[in-house]
Design a protein around this ligand. Structure first.
Ligand code: CS2
Length: 491
């Protein structure tokens, strides 16, 4: 049997595969990361490896999974090592990453996680817990106090389940011990992700006590970040490709593209790694970058995912090879999204848009439309609705954005265009299906039913007749002619 990737077998892999150049045994843990998924491993951990390679030994990562043991089970036998495969039409590049020194599974031992978060060496707690991990109302960003995990964590503060629960208990312990707080570094695709994190974490702290609430709100830095790298879920074919290239078994490599971007607000409690060594950029205000990325990249991605899935496209690059889809996205970005963005001095927005289309075309990545379609109720507000809101304010048209939104509604109904069942993954899936079944194939009733979701649409959008009309029109096209033709009509 072939050997497994590990500290011991690292010397056997081909010499052109990049690998850690630092002494892992002499590196301290300075970052506890919540949400040990593929995105973190292909993004922040790679930039952190560059810092460790540069000789700063204070910033090793302890990765925490908040739910499943799968990542820990895959990485622990590999001493935490894994491969990042950077893929494009121009060929593949491989790098073994060793920045994640420990892997923990929170539900198995929440105390171990809390203790690590509360040690003096831990100076940053970063997060990729996805939109729903913030336990907030997507339309307003306010903490959902009725969220089952929040209710649980308030009753059991020493054995939390949610990210806010872990952060608040660990910050409480540090405060009691007279230690400085850590910096909370959100790396999720949310608007003003630092502010959103501050809002939910300090609201939860406030529920535990007024003094703790104001400590968190005032003393803890929550810098915002813009993170960008496309990281499709790993398949068995990917595992086989990596094993063949490395000559050792690798249980969970991550697949990604050459592009990577990380823009971070430079506001930390107690020092930070020099992530510029890994290509990151520190700025005073991340918001313009974040809006640009969420609206242009993620807004288009979700549009392509819903409409592409309905039209029978399994992957993003397949949908992009269908000319009307590529044309729809290009026009939507240029005419409907770009005009809503604040100016970014010295930044070539047209080149950024062109690069996005190129990235979506990457033929070496099999990024499933179904994967991006997940959790629409949590994603649509910041990806499409903020843009639509700005277009309404400006009195400008937004038919393509409305078609993307209608795509989500059709998709969330759970039936594809051939009558097959869609495996809709969304915390609100049951409710969305119910709304859609009651409305049937009547575009007006369907538009009204979904617009009644104030936690997604807020209070303003449901009351705007222009949105209702545009949505009804787009749904009518999807229902009568199907996604492929509806896209061609707007391309
Ligand atoms: C995607 C993102 O799955 C999704 O919702 O839109 O994960 C996207 O690939 C990243 O934000 C790219 O940086």
């Amino acid at each position: 049997m072939t050997q497994r990737l590990s500290d011991d077998t690292l010397s056997t892999i081909p010499s052109d595969v990049a690998r850690p150049r630092f002494d892992r045994a002499a590196t301290r843990i300075g970052i506890v990361h919540l949400g040990l998924g593929a995105f973190h491993r292909a993004h922040q951990a790679v930039a952190t490896q560059a810092v460790l390679d540069g000789g700063d030994r204070a910033w090793g990562i302890a990765g925490v999974s908040l739910r499943s043991p799968d990542t820990r089970d895959a990485l622990q036998p590999q001493d935490g090592l894994y491969t990042v495969a950077v893929r494009s039409g121009g060929g593949d590049r491989f790098e073994v990453v060793g920045a994640i020194l420990r892997q923990l599974v929170a539900p198995e031992d929440p105390e171990e996680v809390l203790a690590l978060m509360a040690t003096p060496d831990t100076r940053i707690v970063s997060l990729t817990v996805t939109e729903k991990g913030y336990c907030h109302h997507p339309a307003t960003g306010a903490l959902d106090e009725a969220h089952p995990d929040i209710v649980h964590d308030l009753a059991h503060p020493h054995a939390p389940r949610s990210a806010p629960g872990f952060l608040v208990e660990a910050l409480h312990r540090r405060r009691e011990a007279g230690l400085p707080p850590f910096t909370v570094l959100s790396c999720d695709n949310l608007p003003a992700n630092g502010e959103t994190a501050r809002r939910v974490v300090s609201a939860f702290a406030e529920l535990r006590g007024a003094a703790l609430g104001s400590f968190v709100a005032r003393e803890v830095p929550f810098p915002s970040t813009m993170v960008d790298r496309i990281v499709p879920a790993t398949t068995d074919a990917d595992r086989a490709l990596v094993a063949e290239r490395l000559g050792v078994e690798e249980a969970w490599p991550v697949m990604t593209e050459p592009f990577s971007q990380w823009v971070i607000e430079d506001h930390f409690a107690d020092g930070r790694p020099d992530w510029t060594l890994g290509g990151a950029r520190f700025v005073a205000d991340v918001e313009p970058f974040e809006l640009m990325k969420l609206r242009l990249l993620n807004g288009s991605h979700s549009t392509l995912a819903y409409l592409g899935y309905l039209a029978g496209h399994e992957t993003v690059s397949q949908a992009m090879a269908d000319a009307p889809f590529a044309a729809l996205l290009a026009a939507m970005m240029e005419r409907e999204i770009a005009p809503t963005l604040p100016p970014l001095f010295g930044f070539d927005l047209a080149a950024y848009r062109a690069e996005l289309l190129q990235r979506f075309r990457n033929p070496a990545l099999r990024h499933r439309t179904w994967q991006i379609a997940m959790d629409g109720s949590q994603k649509v507000p910041q990806r499409l609705l903020g843009t639509i809101r700005d277009r309404l304010k400006a009195g400008e048209p937004f038919e393509r954005l409305a078609l993307g939104l209608a795509g989500w509604i059709r998709y969330a109904g759970g039936r594809d265009e051939r009558g097959g069942t869609i495996d809709v993954r969304d915390p609100m899936a049951a409710r969305l299906k119910d709304l859609s079944e009651r409305a049937g194939d009547d575009p007006a009733r369907l538009a009204d039913a979904f617009l009644s979701l104030h936690e997604v649409f807020g209070d303003d959008l449901p009351a705007d007749p222009r949105l209702r009309r545009a949505l009804e029109g787009a749904l009518e096209r999807l229902i009568t002619v199907g996604a492929a033709k509806a896209v061609a009509e707007r391309a």
